[in-house]
Design a protein around this ligand. Structure first.
Ligand code: PGA
Length: 251
């Protein structure tokens, strides 16, 4: 059985004061949680704070991006080894906001995925279609293509220490989550495609759903057979919401 994972993606939100309140509430609230792994992916400047508050808890922490390079003259970049230095377990790669706003293409995302694993981090690889792509019937082609770029560079075995997050772009931050059936269809498509190449890798891979997950819809999503948890944006900034989502994944 795959363990469920709920990861918060704080995006560019937070402050030392707000984070302390939120993280303290999560540490307390998740003390007794069972059958689910929980993590928060915080902005770089707050990794040290996350490490201090979370290091004795059962909550992992991570970042939202990394450089494809380890060291060097790359002004403004942060590398995998640096994230590892701060105790990160996870790093998000290929989030649609970075693909769209920072122009990251699937080739660069694949390089970042590889750099993350080389540093001993678990990449959370985000894939997903836009509304126009869905309406054009291209959902499967888009997600398969985004995944293929990673498989070409790192090989299927790399997915044994990675997480995939299916995040339809039209569902992110809009309040319009994919229905459990819509999400399950794409998750099953992803898993079936991988099963043809390596059944064991496909069977154990955690595939998260992301896009307007809240306390009110988490349970219906997580009950689907190929949905192994969630990548949570807005609702991860609210302790009660995030705790309820983690509880829904653990039940
Ligand atoms: P959302 O964001 O939960 O606010 O829709 C999800 C994400 O971008 O990872």
């Amino acid at each position: 059985m795959r363990q469920k994972l709920v990861a918060g993606n704080w995006k560019m939100h937070g402050s030392l004061v707000q984070n302390k309140v939120l993280l303290d509430a999560l540490v307390t609230g998740l003390k007794t949680v069972r059958n689910v792994s929980c993590a928060v992916c915080v902005p770089y400047p707050y990794l040290f704070q996350a490490r201090i508050i979370l290091h004795e808890s059962n909550i992992a922490w991570g970042a939202q991006n990394l450089s494809p390079f380890d060291y060097g003259a790359y002004t403004g970049e942060v590398s995998g080894p640096m994230l590892k230095d701060f105790g990160c377990r996870y790093v998000i790669v290929g989030h649609s906001e970075r693909r769209t706003l920072q122009g990251e293409d699937s080739r660069l995302v694949a390089q970042k995925f590889k750099a993350a694993q080389a540093a001993g981090l678990i990449p959370i690889l985000c894939i997903g279609e836009t509304l126009a792509e869905r309406e054009a019937g291209a959902t499967e082609k888009v997600v398969a293509g985004q995944l293929e770029a990673v498989l070409e560079l790192s090989g299927i075995a790399a997915l044994t220490s990675a997480v995939v997050a299916y995040e339809p772009v039209w569902a992110i931050g809009t309040g319009n989550n994919a229905t459990p059936e819509q999400a399950q269809t794409v998750h099953a498509f992803i898993r079936q495609g991988l099963t043809a190449r390596n059944p064991e890798v496909a069977r154990q891979l955690q595939i998260l759903y992301g896009g307007s997950v809240k306390a009110g819809n988490a349970a219906q999503l997580f009950v689907m057979p190929d949905i192994d948890g969630g990548l949570i944006g807005g609702a991860s900034l609210n302790a009660d919401e995030f705790l309820a989502i983690c509880a829904a994944a653990g039940s």
